[in-house]
Design a protein around this ligand. Structure first.
Ligand code: 4HQ
Length: 430
């Protein structure tokens, strides 16, 4: 595979690719790297490659003519794929790296100064790539990153083909930790740091399982965004706790909640809430939907309504949803029931329309919460408050808070069933 870098600073490119895996691959002729300098395509006495921007503003812009001539010379015939490195490009991904490695030749165009004349992009660039959301002083280091990442996929560049796919991101997970000798490393601040025992056990299946687990745990802890897209294999599913949605319960709390003045009250049951939140709960595969009220007649009413729909011969689908409905006199009772049902106490998460609620509980985004609790086998209990929201009396039970759902106006009074549906989609929606 051939890489041609279009740059006014070719001296930045060569030394970075002289050593290591890429350097050896070049020596072996598996990959080739060339540079083409736009300055060699200037026609004026000063050999200028930049000019002031039309419309004013700071800095200089790369002139189109020398750059176009350099790109044309670099791309050759048949014309190679031409990539511009720019923070305005598509983020470089391992998937794109793999695809680029299948090309026979790529041209990497590096800008300097404030960037290049837009018409060069229109006339001579096939693809724009960014290596990240930060600003470099030129495209050269970004081009080197692309070459290094792509070259690894060119056959013959890496020793064993196996070291490719095992690694970070290829599988959508971060890498497991690595250790080498010595077995015990002195720590001046405490006891020796030993290599995890499993790695010296000689049990290869157990080692593979441990490494996989470490990779999954690290991804959950450090990259909730990656974890959200992680698709467990059949073997992972056996080793990990059941899917989070299937051990998540929703509780619609009618007491203790507050009214508009902040006074603790008990709200009345709302027919729609029973029905609609049951349907949302089943749609997202939850384990149960609990209607919490200390008023016995209100619980009877909820059970009666659920039963009416369950018994309705025409409403088979609705019956499945309403079958998730349970009633309880308090959040404590729901917690005790879940502890009994799952054999573990639930992790209780409050949702609130008010930012100041539950000040001591850790704030979590939906992705953070999913990443945090997916590997912990405990059931998850999501509390939805009616009225003006959950009362402070629940503080001792609540360990996490999800940020309020906010629209775009200053009016924030979603119905609890709408807020609940949005929340379930943010946590579990695909
Ligand atoms: N630059 N990913 C500005 C980058 C960059 C990035 C390249 C700085 C282009 C004109 N390139 N020049 N990030 O920061 O690719």
């Amino acid at each position: 595979m051939k890489f041609t870098v279009v740059t006014i600073l070719p001296e930045l490119i060569e030394p970075a690719l002289a050593a290591g895996v890429v350097g050896r691959a070049r020596e072996a002729g598996v990959i080739a790297v060339a540079t083409v300098n736009p300055r060699d395509f200037t026609t004026d006495r000063h050999r200028s490659v930049d000019d002031t921007p039309y419309g004013g503003g700071p800095g200089m812009v790369m002139k189109p003519e020398p750059l176009l001539a350099a790109i044309a010379a670099a791309a050759g015939e048949p014309r190679a794929h031409r990539i511009l490195l720019t923070p305005a490009g598509a983020p470089l991904t391992q998937a794109r790296v793999r695809e680029l490695a299948a090309l026979p030749e790529v041209v990497l165009v590096c800008g300097r100064y404030e960037g290049i004349d837009e018409r060069v992009i229109e006339l001579a660039i096939d693809e724009q790539l960014s290596i990240g959301d930060y600003v470099l002083s030129g495209g050269e280091l970004a081009a080197l990153v692309v070459i290094d990442a792509v070259a690894r996929f060119v056959p013959g560049v890496l020793g064993e083909a196996s070291s490719l796919d095992d690694e970070s991101h290829s599988a959508g997970l971060l890498e497991y930790p690595q250790y080498t000798r010595p077995l015990r490393l002195a720590d001046p601040a405490g006891p020796d740091r030993a290599v995890p025992e499993i790695l010296t056990s000689g049990n290869h299946a157990a080692i593979a399982a441990w490494r996989r687990r470490q990779a999954i745990e690290r991804t959950a802890q450090r990259r909730p965004d990656l974890f959200a897209r992680f698709a467990p294999t059949a073997a992972d599913r056996k080793a990990l706790p059941p899917a989070l949605h299937a051990r998540t319960h929703l509780a619609l709390v009618h007491h203790p909640v507050v009214d508009r003045t902040g006074a603790v009250i008990t709200t009345a049951l709302t027919n729609f809430d029973i029905h609609d939140l049951a349907r949302s709960s089943l749609t997202y595969g939850l384990a149960g939907y609990h209607i919490v009220t200390p008023i016995a007649s209100q619980r009877d009413k909820a059970e009666h309504i659920a039963k009416l729909w369950i018994d309705d011969a025409q409403g088979e689908h609705r019956a499945r949803a309403l079958a998730l409905v349970r009633t309880a006199d308090s959040v404590d009772t729901v917690m005790a029931n879940l502890t009994e049902q799952h054999g573990l106490a639930p992790l209780v998460v409050a949702t609130s329309a008010r930012h100041e609620s539950f000040p001591a509980a850790a704030r979590r985004s939906p992705a953070e919460l999913v990443a945090e609790v997916s590997l912990n086998p405990a059931p998850l209990l999501l509390l939805l408050g009616t009225g003006w929201g959950l009362a402070d009396a629940l503080i001792p039970s609540v360990s996490r808070v999800l940020a309020p759902i906010e629209g775009t106006s200053d009016w924030n009074h979603l119905s609890v069933r709408s807020a609940g549906a949005i929340l379930l989609d943010r946590l579990f929606g695909r």
